[in-house]
Design a protein. Structure first.
Lengths: 279, 454
C-alpha cells in the first residue's frame, strides 16, 4: 500500500533530520541544522500526505475510518504530532539545537512502527464512534507536548551540569541557555496538560456512551490519571513553590516516562480495554 | 515584633496543614504511586485466580490491605478525601484574597508599587495636567484597555487591566474537581449498574445489579425482539445489533431496531448498552409439513434427537445435520416412525423442498433451515450524577485554559504637575503570566502613548 511507502519515507526523513541536527551540534555548524529543518518540513508534508492517503485507502477498501486505530497508526500519528510540535517550538524559540533531542524521539517511534503490522484493518464494533477522533487526537497532542518537554528537560540537565562546572565549550555549550530550556520545559507542559485533560474527558465520555461507565479503573484509564497527577504536581510545584531548573526537569522526565507507560506499557505489559497494542 | 506574635493555636496548625500546597503536591504524588499498584495487580478477580499467582502469605497480606479491590479500599478513599479537603481548604483560603485584589485593584501608582514593577518608563511634557490626562486616557484606551481615573493630591492616576479571569482559572479548575466528585457520589448513591442477558423473543422487567445479589426493578419491561451479528467480508465482526422494545402498561412505547455498541437505548433515565451475546438454548431445525397436493399442514421446530409427534401420523426425530450433504448444500437427516411400521431414515435437502415426495407417504416433509436462538447481553446503567460530572469536566478544561493561557495584565500611569511647569508622567505595567510576551506588548503601549500630542 502506498501510504506505507510514504510512512517509510517519513521514517528515513526523521532519521536524516536527527542525524543532521546532531551533526550540526558536533560540527558546530548551524548551516547543517538548517538542512535538518528542511528534512523536518519535508517529513511533515510527506507524513501528512501519508495519513490522508491511508484514510482515503481505507474508504476504497470499504471500511473508511480515521487512521488512528491500531498500534501502527497511533505510533505514526504520535511521531507526526511530535514533528509538528517541534517545528512550532523551533520557530518560536529560534533555536535548532532542540532538534537533536526531540527528533530522535520521532525517529525511534517510526522505527518501532515499521516493525508492527501496517495493514488497514476494519474497525471492531467497540471503536465505531465519533468520540474516537476527539479522544485520540487530544491524547496524542498532549503526549507530543510532554515529549518536547522531556527533550528540553534532558537538554537542561546537560546544560546545567556544564554551567555548574563553569565550562562553556563542547557540544553542550551550543545549547540554548538554562533559562530558555527551563521555560520550554514548562511551556510544553502547559500545552500538553489541557490536551491530556481533554483526552481523558473525551475517553470518559466515550466509555460512558459505549458501556455506561465513565470511569472503571481500567489500567489504561488509571495510567492516564497517573500521568495527569504527575503533571498536576509539576504545575503546582512550579507555579506556587517556584520549582525551577533541575527538580522541574527531573519531574518532567518522570512524567514522560509515565506517559510512555500509559501509551505503550499498558498495552504491551498489562491487560485491559485498549487492546491495540496487545496483538 | 516576633515576641508580639502569638504561638499558633492547634486549630491554626491544622488549618495551615490543610491549606499547604506542599500537602497538595505530596497527595498528588502519593495518589499517582498508589494507583500504580492497582494496574499491576489485576482487580476484582476470583480468589482462586489470585491463589494461582501468589503464595499464601502474599495473598493474605495483599488481601489485608485490599489490594484486590484497591480503588474502593478505605485507604484509597481516604487519600481521595484528603485530596478533596486540601483542595477545598486551599480554595477557601486563597479565593477571598484574590477576589479582594480583583474587586479593589490598586488603581494608584504610588512609590511603593512603582518599586515592585520592572516595566517603568518616565518622561515630561509641556502643557497642563487636565490636557495631558485626557489625552492619555484616550491613548491607553486605544492601545490597551479603558482606564479608570483617580485624582488625588494634585496627581492623576490611570489604571487599566485585561485578562482578570486568569486569576480565577485555578479556582474554576479546583471547583470542577469537587463538582466531578459530587456527580460521582450522586451517581453511586442514586443510580445503579447492572447486566442482563435477554434471549430473543423474551422480556425482562428486573435486572441483576452488579456486585450484589439484588434485582433492580426497571419500572417497565424490555423485550429483545432479535439479535444479529454483521461481519465484514473478511469475517471480522462489523456490528452487534439488538432490536429492543420497551413495554409499559402492556403497550410498546419505544422500539429501537439497531441498538449497537456505541449507540445505546435510553428510557426514563435507564440506559441499555450492547455488550455481549451468545446462543440461548439449543439449535432447532425448521421442518414444514404439507400434503402431497401441496396444502400446508404446519411447521415443526425440531430439537436434536427428540421425537416430535405429528397427530395422526407418527413422530419425526432429527438425528443429523450436514452443511453440505453430498455437495448439494445443507441437509437434515430425520427418522420418521409410524406405529406398526419400520422406521424410515431420510435426508431432507434444504434446497429441494419436494424431495420427500419420493417417500410416497401421506405427508411431505421439507427442511427450512436451522434456527439458532441468540441472546443479547446488555449493560444497564442509571446514573443521575453523570450530567453533573460533565459540567465539572467542561469547567475543568475551561479553568485550565484560563489559568495557563490568560494573563492578568495591568498598566498604570501617574501624571503630576512638575516644578518647572511641565507635566511629569510615569508609565508602568505588569503581567501575572508570560512576562516575555507582555514586555513586547508594553513596548507597543509605550510607543502608542508617547506618540500622543507630538
Amino acid at each position: 500500500m502506498s501510504n506505507v511507502i510514504l510512512f517509510n519515507l517519513t521514517t528515513v526523513l526523521f532519521g536524516v533530520a536527527s542525524a543532521l541536527y546532531i551533526g550540526a551540534l558536533y560540527a558546530k555548524n548551524e548551516k547543517i541544522a538548517v538542512y535538518g529543518t528542511w528534512a523536518c518540513v519535508l517529513a511533515a508534508v510527506v507524513s501528512t500526505a501519508a495519513l490522508g492517503l491511508r484514510w482515503y485507502e481505507s474508504y476504497q477498501m470499504g471500511i473508511g475510518r480515521i487512521p488512528v486505530t491500531n498500534l501502527y497508526e497511533s505510533l505514526v500519528f504520535f511521531a507526526w504530532s511530535v514533528n509538528l510540535f517541534y517545528l512550532v517550538v523551533e520557530r518560536k524559540y529560534g533555536s535548532r539545537t532542540f532538534g537533536a533531542f526531540v527528533m530522535p524521539i520521532a525517529f525511534a517511534t517510526m522505527v518501532f512502527a515499521v516493525y508492527n503490522d501496517s495493514s488497514i484493518q476494519p474497525l471492531v464494533p467497540a471503536l465505531q464512534s465519533y468520540w474516537l477522533h476527539a479522544h485520540v487526537i487530544t491524547c496524542f497532542v498532549g503526549y507530543a507536548g510532554f515529549a518536547v518537554s522531556a527533550g528540553a528537560a534532558f537538554m537542561y540537565l546537560l546544560k546545567a551540569r556544564q554551567e555548574e562546572a563553569k565550562i562553556s565549550q563542547g557540544v553542550v555549550g551550543l545549547l540554548p541557555g538554562c533559562k530558555t530550556l527551563d521555560d520550554l520545559v514548562y511551556r510544553a507542559i502547559i500545552w500538553g496538560f489541557p490536551f491530556l485533560t481533554a483526552g481523558i474527558i473525551t475517553g470518559a465520555a466515550w466509555a460512558n456512551y459505549a458501556w455506561g461507565t465513565y470511569w472503571s479503573w481500567d489500567p489504561k484509564e488509571t495510567w492516564s490519571l497517573i500521568v495527569w497527577l504527575v503533571y498536576a504536581a509539576f504545575l503546582h510545584a512550579r507555579v506556587t513553590r517556584g520549582w525551577h531548573g533541575k527538580r522541574a526537569a527531573i519531574l518532567s522526565i518522570v512524567g514522560f516516562l509515565a506517559t510512555i507507560m500509559c501509551y505503550l506499557g499498558v498495552n504491551l505489559v498489562l491487560s485491559g480495554l485498549h487492546s491495540y497494542g496487545g496483538n | 515584633m516576633a515576641d508580639e506574635r502569638q504561638a499558633p493555636s492547634p486549630m491554626d496548625r491544622v488549618w495551615d496543614f490543610f491549606i499547604s500546597v506542599k500537602l497538595a503536591i505530596v497527595t498528588l504524588i502519593v495518589l499517582a504511586v498508589a494507583s500504580i499498584f492497582g494496574t499491576i495487580v489485576e482487580q476484582n478477580q476470583p480468589p482462586e485466580k489470585y491463589h494461582k499467582i501468589y503464595e499464601d502469605w502474599a495473598y493474605d497480606l495483599m488481601d489485608r490491605i485490599n489490594l484486590f479491590d484497591m480503588y474502593h479500599s478505605w485507604w484509597f478513599l481516604l487519600l481521595l478525601v484528603l485530596f478533596t479537603v486540601n483542595l477545598t481548604c486551599c480554595t477557601l483560603d486563597r479565593f477571598p484574597k484574590v477576589l479582594k485584589i480583583v474587586r479593589n485593584p490598586r488603581t494608584k501608582l504610588d512609590e511603593t508599587l512603582e518599586k515592585t514593577l520592572s516595566l517603568v518608563d518616565r518622561w515630561k511634557k509641556k502643557g497642563t495636567l487636565p490636557e495631558w490626562s485626557s489625552r492619555y486616557v484616550e491613548a491607553v484606551a486605544s492601545t490597551f484597555a479603558k482606564p479608570r481615573v483617580t485624582e488625588e493630591g494634585g496627581q492623576v492616576h490611570l489604571y487599566a487591566e485585561s485578562g482578570v479571569a486568569s486569576r480565577f482559572g485555578v479556582y474554576v479548575t479546583h471547583l470542577s474537581i469537587i463538582i466531578i466528585f459530587i456527580g460521582a457520589i450522586l451517581g453511586n448513591v442514586l443510580g445503579f449498574k447492572g447486566y442482563v442477558n435477554i434471549p430473543e423473543g423474551e422480556a425482562v422487567s428486573q435486572v441483576p445489579v452488579r456486585g450484589g445479589s439484588l434485582l433492580q426493578d426497571l419500572g417497565f419491561t424490555l423485550r429483545c425482539n432479535s439479535f444479529r451479528v454483521e461481519t465484514y467480508p473478511s469475517g471480522q465482526p462489523k456490528a452487534y445489533i439488538s432490536d429492543l422494545s420497551v413495554i409499559e402498561g402492556g403497550r410498546e412505547v419505544l422500539r429501537k431496531k439497531d441498538v449497537v455498541v456505541n449507540d445505546p437505548l435510553q428510557y426514563k433515565g435507564i440506559w441499555f448498552y450492547q455488550s455481549s451475546y451468545g446462543q440461548a438454548g439449543g439449535t432447532t431445525a425448521r421442518v414444514s409439513v404439507s400434503r402431497p397436493d401441496g396444502t400446508p399442514v404446519g411447521s415443526l421446530s425440531i430439537p436434536p434427537n427428540e421425537p416430535i409427534p405429528i397427530e395422526g401420523y407418527g413422530t419425526v426425530r432429527g438425528v443429523n445435520y450436514d452443511e453440505n450433504f453430498q455437495g448439494k448444500g445443507p441437509a437434515l437427516q430425520v427418522v420418521v416412525e409410524k406405529p406398526g411400521k419400520p422406521a424410515a431414515d431420510v435426508w431432507l435437502l434444504q434446497g429441494r423442498p419436494d424431495q420427500d415426495r419420493q417417500r410416497n407417504d401421506s405427508l411431505v416433509l421439507s427442511f427450512g433451515g436451522l434456527n439458532s436462538k441468540m441472546f443479547t447481553g446488555l449493560q444497564v446503567a442509571k446514573d443521575p450524577g453523570v450530567n453533573i460530572v460533565w459540567v465539572g469536566c467542561t469547567l475543568m478544561v475551561i479553568g485550565i485554559i484560563m489559568a495557563f493561557f490568560l494573563s492578568h495584565q495591568r498598566v498604570w500611569m501617574r501624571l503630576a504637575q512638575g516644578q518647572d511647569g511641565r507635566v511629569e508622567v510615569v508609565l508602568a505595567g505588569s503581567a501575572s503570566r508570560n512576562r516575555l510576551a507582555f514586555e513586547k506588548k508594553f513596548e507597543k503601549i509605550q510607543t502608542g502613548v508617547k506618540a500622543v500630542g507630538q
